[in-house]
Design a protein around this ligand. Structure first.
Ligand SMILES: [Fe+2]
Length: 300
Protein backbone atom coordinates (compact mmCIF):
# COMPACT_ATOMS: atom_id res chain seq x y z
CA UNK A 1 0.00 0.00 0.00
CA UNK A 2 1.29 3.49 -0.84
CA UNK A 3 1.87 5.60 2.31
CA UNK A 4 -0.46 8.58 2.69
CA UNK A 5 2.44 11.01 2.70
CA UNK A 6 2.93 10.50 -1.04
CA UNK A 7 -0.47 12.09 -1.65
CA UNK A 8 0.01 14.97 0.76
CA UNK A 9 0.86 17.47 -2.02
CA UNK A 10 -2.61 16.96 -3.53
CA UNK A 11 -4.48 17.99 -0.41
CA UNK A 12 -4.54 21.80 -0.94
CA UNK A 13 -5.97 21.33 -4.44
CA UNK A 14 -8.56 18.87 -3.19
CA UNK A 15 -9.59 21.36 -0.53
CA UNK A 16 -9.99 24.00 -3.26
CA UNK A 17 -12.16 21.55 -5.19
CA UNK A 18 -14.27 21.02 -2.09
CA UNK A 19 -15.06 24.74 -2.08
CA UNK A 20 -15.95 24.72 -5.77
CA UNK A 21 -19.56 25.44 -6.72
CA UNK A 22 -19.30 22.38 -8.98
CA UNK A 23 -18.61 20.05 -6.07
CA UNK A 24 -21.65 17.79 -5.47
CA UNK A 25 -20.97 16.97 -1.82
CA UNK A 26 -19.16 19.85 -0.10
CA UNK A 27 -19.56 18.51 3.42
CA UNK A 28 -18.06 15.11 2.58
CA UNK A 29 -15.29 16.66 0.54
CA UNK A 30 -14.47 19.14 3.30
CA UNK A 31 -14.30 16.30 5.82
CA UNK A 32 -11.76 14.56 3.60
CA UNK A 33 -9.62 17.69 3.85
CA UNK A 34 -9.42 17.73 7.65
CA UNK A 35 -5.84 18.06 8.92
CA UNK A 36 -4.12 14.74 9.43
CA UNK A 37 -0.69 13.87 10.73
CA UNK A 38 1.99 13.93 8.07
CA UNK A 39 5.52 13.12 8.94
CA UNK A 40 7.76 14.00 6.00
CA UNK A 41 7.77 14.84 2.32
CA UNK A 42 9.87 13.51 -0.54
CA UNK A 43 12.15 16.39 -1.51
CA UNK A 44 10.85 16.68 -5.10
CA UNK A 45 7.12 16.46 -4.36
CA UNK A 46 6.56 20.00 -3.16
CA UNK A 47 4.56 21.45 -6.04
CA UNK A 48 1.07 20.31 -6.89
CA UNK A 49 -0.16 20.13 -10.45
CA UNK A 50 -3.73 21.17 -10.72
CA UNK A 51 -6.21 22.23 -13.33
CA UNK A 52 -9.37 24.12 -12.62
CA UNK A 53 -9.87 26.78 -10.01
CA UNK A 54 -6.88 27.49 -7.82
CA UNK A 55 -7.01 27.74 -4.06
CA UNK A 56 -7.56 31.49 -4.10
CA UNK A 57 -10.62 31.06 -6.35
CA UNK A 58 -9.32 33.65 -8.78
CA UNK A 59 -7.31 31.76 -11.41
CA UNK A 60 -8.98 29.39 -13.83
CA UNK A 61 -6.39 27.32 -15.66
CA UNK A 62 -6.65 24.77 -18.47
CA UNK A 63 -3.90 22.92 -20.32
CA UNK A 64 -5.00 22.01 -23.85
CA UNK A 65 -3.23 19.77 -26.38
CA UNK A 66 -2.89 19.73 -30.17
CA UNK A 67 -1.81 16.23 -31.14
CA UNK A 68 -0.34 16.71 -34.64
CA UNK A 69 2.36 19.10 -33.47
CA UNK A 70 2.27 17.96 -29.82
CA UNK A 71 1.65 21.56 -28.80
CA UNK A 72 0.21 22.74 -25.52
CA UNK A 73 -2.10 25.73 -25.44
CA UNK A 74 -2.79 27.30 -22.07
CA UNK A 75 -5.93 29.12 -21.00
CA UNK A 76 -5.79 31.38 -17.95
CA UNK A 77 -8.57 33.61 -16.68
CA UNK A 78 -9.35 35.80 -13.70
CA UNK A 79 -12.76 34.47 -12.74
CA UNK A 80 -13.07 36.78 -9.73
CA UNK A 81 -13.26 39.70 -12.13
CA UNK A 82 -16.86 40.33 -13.31
CA UNK A 83 -15.76 40.20 -16.96
CA UNK A 84 -13.71 37.01 -16.50
CA UNK A 85 -10.85 38.24 -18.71
CA UNK A 86 -8.75 35.45 -20.21
CA UNK A 87 -5.54 34.87 -22.16
CA UNK A 88 -4.54 31.99 -24.43
CA UNK A 89 -0.87 31.12 -24.71
CA UNK A 90 0.36 29.43 -27.91
CA UNK A 91 -2.94 28.63 -29.64
CA UNK A 92 -2.75 26.43 -32.76
CA UNK A 93 -4.77 27.15 -35.91
CA UNK A 94 -6.20 23.60 -36.05
CA UNK A 95 -7.70 23.82 -32.56
CA UNK A 96 -9.00 27.39 -32.54
CA UNK A 97 -12.65 26.30 -32.69
CA UNK A 98 -12.17 23.95 -29.74
CA UNK A 99 -10.49 26.70 -27.72
CA UNK A 100 -13.06 29.39 -28.53
CA UNK A 101 -15.90 27.01 -27.76
CA UNK A 102 -14.39 26.27 -24.35
CA UNK A 103 -13.95 29.98 -23.68
CA UNK A 104 -17.59 30.53 -24.57
CA UNK A 105 -18.81 27.63 -22.42
CA UNK A 106 -16.89 28.96 -19.44
CA UNK A 107 -18.24 32.47 -19.93
CA UNK A 108 -14.78 34.02 -20.35
CA UNK A 109 -13.76 37.08 -22.30
CA UNK A 110 -10.59 36.46 -24.30
CA UNK A 111 -8.48 39.60 -24.31
CA UNK A 112 -5.07 38.29 -25.45
CA UNK A 113 -3.93 35.49 -27.77
CA UNK A 114 -0.22 35.25 -27.04
CA UNK A 115 2.77 33.43 -28.47
CA UNK A 116 5.98 32.53 -26.69
CA UNK A 117 7.84 32.73 -30.04
CA UNK A 118 7.51 32.40 -33.81
CA UNK A 119 6.79 28.69 -34.12
CA UNK A 120 8.29 26.61 -36.91
CA UNK A 121 6.26 23.44 -36.49
CA UNK A 122 2.67 24.72 -36.63
CA UNK A 123 0.69 27.80 -37.55
CA UNK A 124 -0.34 29.92 -34.64
CA UNK A 125 -4.05 30.33 -33.96
CA UNK A 126 -3.80 34.03 -33.20
CA UNK A 127 -4.68 35.23 -36.71
CA UNK A 128 -7.76 33.03 -36.87
CA UNK A 129 -8.81 34.03 -33.37
CA UNK A 130 -8.66 37.69 -34.33
CA UNK A 131 -10.96 37.12 -37.29
CA UNK A 132 -13.46 35.21 -35.13
CA UNK A 133 -13.16 37.39 -32.03
CA UNK A 134 -12.26 40.89 -33.21
CA UNK A 135 -11.87 42.15 -29.62
CA UNK A 136 -8.98 39.79 -28.88
CA UNK A 137 -5.48 41.17 -29.33
CA UNK A 138 -2.37 39.27 -30.38
CA UNK A 139 0.83 39.42 -28.32
CA UNK A 140 4.40 38.39 -29.13
CA UNK A 141 7.84 39.73 -28.26
CA UNK A 142 9.23 42.74 -30.05
CA UNK A 143 12.49 40.82 -30.51
CA UNK A 144 10.69 38.17 -32.58
CA UNK A 145 10.18 40.65 -35.42
CA UNK A 146 6.64 39.33 -35.87
CA UNK A 147 3.56 41.46 -36.35
CA UNK A 148 1.13 41.66 -33.41
CA UNK A 149 -1.23 44.08 -31.72
CA UNK A 150 1.05 44.22 -28.71
CA UNK A 151 4.81 43.73 -28.93
CA UNK A 152 6.23 43.04 -25.49
CA UNK A 153 9.67 43.36 -23.97
CA UNK A 154 11.47 41.87 -20.99
CA UNK A 155 9.97 43.03 -17.69
CA UNK A 156 6.56 44.03 -19.03
CA UNK A 157 3.43 42.86 -17.25
CA UNK A 158 0.43 41.58 -19.15
CA UNK A 159 -2.70 42.01 -17.05
CA UNK A 160 -5.93 40.03 -17.31
CA UNK A 161 -8.15 41.30 -14.51
CA UNK A 162 -6.11 41.43 -11.32
CA UNK A 163 -3.78 38.67 -12.45
CA UNK A 164 -0.76 39.22 -14.64
CA UNK A 165 2.02 37.51 -16.53
CA UNK A 166 5.52 38.91 -16.41
CA UNK A 167 7.54 38.78 -19.63
CA UNK A 168 11.01 37.28 -19.35
CA UNK A 169 13.26 37.29 -22.40
CA UNK A 170 14.61 33.75 -22.87
CA UNK A 171 16.30 33.78 -26.30
CA UNK A 172 18.31 30.87 -27.64
CA UNK A 173 15.78 28.56 -29.32
CA UNK A 174 14.84 31.63 -31.38
CA UNK A 175 16.07 35.16 -30.94
CA UNK A 176 12.64 36.35 -29.82
CA UNK A 177 11.61 33.64 -27.33
CA UNK A 178 9.99 34.75 -24.09
CA UNK A 179 8.75 32.97 -20.98
CA UNK A 180 5.54 34.22 -19.39
CA UNK A 181 5.59 33.98 -15.58
CA UNK A 182 2.77 34.57 -13.10
CA UNK A 183 3.31 37.29 -10.52
CA UNK A 184 5.04 36.88 -7.18
CA UNK A 185 2.80 38.88 -4.84
CA UNK A 186 0.28 37.43 -2.36
CA UNK A 187 -2.68 38.02 -4.66
CA UNK A 188 -1.16 36.02 -7.53
CA UNK A 189 -1.27 32.21 -8.01
CA UNK A 190 0.89 30.13 -5.71
CA UNK A 191 3.06 28.31 -6.57
CA UNK A 192 4.13 30.48 -9.48
CA UNK A 193 3.68 29.19 -13.01
CA UNK A 194 6.02 29.75 -15.97
CA UNK A 195 5.11 29.14 -19.60
CA UNK A 196 8.47 28.41 -21.12
CA UNK A 197 7.70 27.91 -24.81
CA UNK A 198 10.55 25.91 -26.33
CA UNK A 199 13.28 27.43 -24.16
CA UNK A 200 12.77 24.56 -21.75
CA UNK A 201 10.74 21.43 -22.38
CA UNK A 202 10.41 18.67 -19.82
CA UNK A 203 13.87 17.09 -19.36
CA UNK A 204 15.07 18.83 -22.54
CA UNK A 205 14.97 22.05 -24.55
CA UNK A 206 14.19 23.37 -27.99
CA UNK A 207 16.71 23.09 -30.83
CA UNK A 208 19.04 26.01 -31.47
CA UNK A 209 20.07 25.52 -35.08
CA UNK A 210 17.71 27.89 -36.92
CA UNK A 211 15.65 31.11 -36.50
CA UNK A 212 18.48 32.99 -34.83
CA UNK A 213 19.04 30.18 -32.34
CA UNK A 214 22.10 30.04 -30.12
CA UNK A 215 22.99 27.30 -27.65
CA UNK A 216 25.16 29.74 -25.73
CA UNK A 217 22.25 32.13 -25.33
CA UNK A 218 19.73 29.41 -24.49
CA UNK A 219 21.90 28.09 -21.68
CA UNK A 220 22.27 31.58 -20.27
CA UNK A 221 18.52 32.27 -20.61
CA UNK A 222 17.40 29.15 -18.77
CA UNK A 223 19.93 29.49 -15.98
CA UNK A 224 19.34 33.21 -15.42
CA UNK A 225 15.57 33.53 -16.05
CA UNK A 226 14.00 30.13 -15.28
CA UNK A 227 16.23 28.27 -12.83
CA UNK A 228 16.32 31.39 -10.63
CA UNK A 229 12.55 31.19 -10.02
CA UNK A 230 11.38 29.57 -6.76
CA UNK A 231 12.00 25.81 -6.73
CA UNK A 232 8.32 24.95 -6.65
CA UNK A 233 7.48 27.06 -9.72
CA UNK A 234 5.41 24.96 -12.10
CA UNK A 235 6.90 24.90 -15.60
CA UNK A 236 4.60 24.45 -18.57
CA UNK A 237 6.34 23.92 -21.94
CA UNK A 238 4.98 24.57 -25.44
CA UNK A 239 5.42 20.91 -26.39
CA UNK A 240 5.79 17.43 -25.04
CA UNK A 241 6.45 14.28 -27.05
CA UNK A 242 6.52 11.75 -24.21
CA UNK A 243 3.25 12.32 -22.39
CA UNK A 244 4.50 14.66 -19.68
CA UNK A 245 2.39 17.68 -18.80
CA UNK A 246 4.21 19.78 -16.21
CA UNK A 247 7.44 19.96 -14.29
CA UNK A 248 9.06 22.24 -11.70
CA UNK A 249 12.22 24.31 -11.46
CA UNK A 250 13.50 21.90 -8.83
CA UNK A 251 12.93 18.85 -11.04
CA UNK A 252 14.55 20.35 -14.12
CA UNK A 253 17.52 21.72 -12.21
CA UNK A 254 18.07 18.15 -10.98
CA UNK A 255 17.10 16.01 -13.96
CA UNK A 256 17.10 17.97 -17.23
CA UNK A 257 19.23 15.84 -19.52
CA UNK A 258 20.86 18.84 -21.22
CA UNK A 259 20.58 21.90 -19.01
CA UNK A 260 22.11 20.32 -15.90
CA UNK A 261 25.41 20.00 -17.79
CA UNK A 262 28.07 22.71 -17.84
CA UNK A 263 27.76 25.22 -20.66
CA UNK A 264 30.44 23.76 -22.93
CA UNK A 265 28.98 20.24 -22.67
CA UNK A 266 25.53 21.67 -23.36
CA UNK A 267 26.81 23.43 -26.49
CA UNK A 268 28.44 20.23 -27.72
CA UNK A 269 25.20 18.30 -27.18
CA UNK A 270 23.20 20.90 -29.10
CA UNK A 271 25.70 20.98 -31.97
CA UNK A 272 25.46 17.24 -32.43
CA UNK A 273 21.72 16.62 -32.40
CA UNK A 274 21.64 16.09 -36.18
CA UNK A 275 17.96 16.92 -36.41
CA UNK A 276 16.13 16.91 -39.70
CA UNK A 277 14.82 20.11 -41.30
CA UNK A 278 11.40 20.91 -39.74
CA UNK A 279 8.78 19.94 -42.31
CA UNK A 280 6.44 22.83 -41.51
CA UNK A 281 9.04 25.59 -41.22
CA UNK A 282 8.70 27.07 -44.72
CA UNK A 283 4.95 27.44 -44.27
CA UNK A 284 4.71 28.12 -40.56
CA UNK A 285 7.37 30.78 -40.04
CA UNK A 286 6.16 33.22 -42.75
CA UNK A 287 2.57 32.76 -41.54
CA UNK A 288 3.51 33.22 -37.92
CA UNK A 289 5.46 36.39 -38.64
CA UNK A 290 2.15 37.98 -39.63
CA UNK A 291 0.06 36.62 -36.78
CA UNK A 292 -0.95 33.42 -38.54
CA UNK A 293 -2.88 35.03 -41.36
CA UNK A 294 -1.47 33.43 -44.49
CA UNK A 295 -3.81 35.14 -46.95
CA UNK A 296 -5.40 38.27 -45.50
CA UNK A 297 -9.17 38.18 -46.03
CA UNK A 298 -10.31 40.09 -49.12
CA UNK A 299 -12.76 42.98 -48.77
CA UNK A 300 -15.34 41.33 -51.01
FE1 LIG B 1 9.63 26.42 -31.45
Amino acid sequence: MVPLRFYRHLIPRLCAAARSPFSPAPAAAAAACAPRPIRSLPSLAMAAYGTGVSADRRLLFRQLFEKESSTYTYLLADIADPEKPAVLIDPVDRTVDRDLNLIKELGLKLIYAMNTHVHADHITGTGLIKTKLPGAKSVISKASGAKADRSVEHGEKIYFGNLFLEVRATPGHTAGCVTYVTGDSDDQPSPRMAFTGDALIIRGCGRTDFQGGSSDELYQSVHSQIFTLPKDTLLYPAHDYKGFTVTTVEEEAAYNARLTKDKETFKTIMENLNLSYPKMIDVAVPANLVCGIQDPPSKV
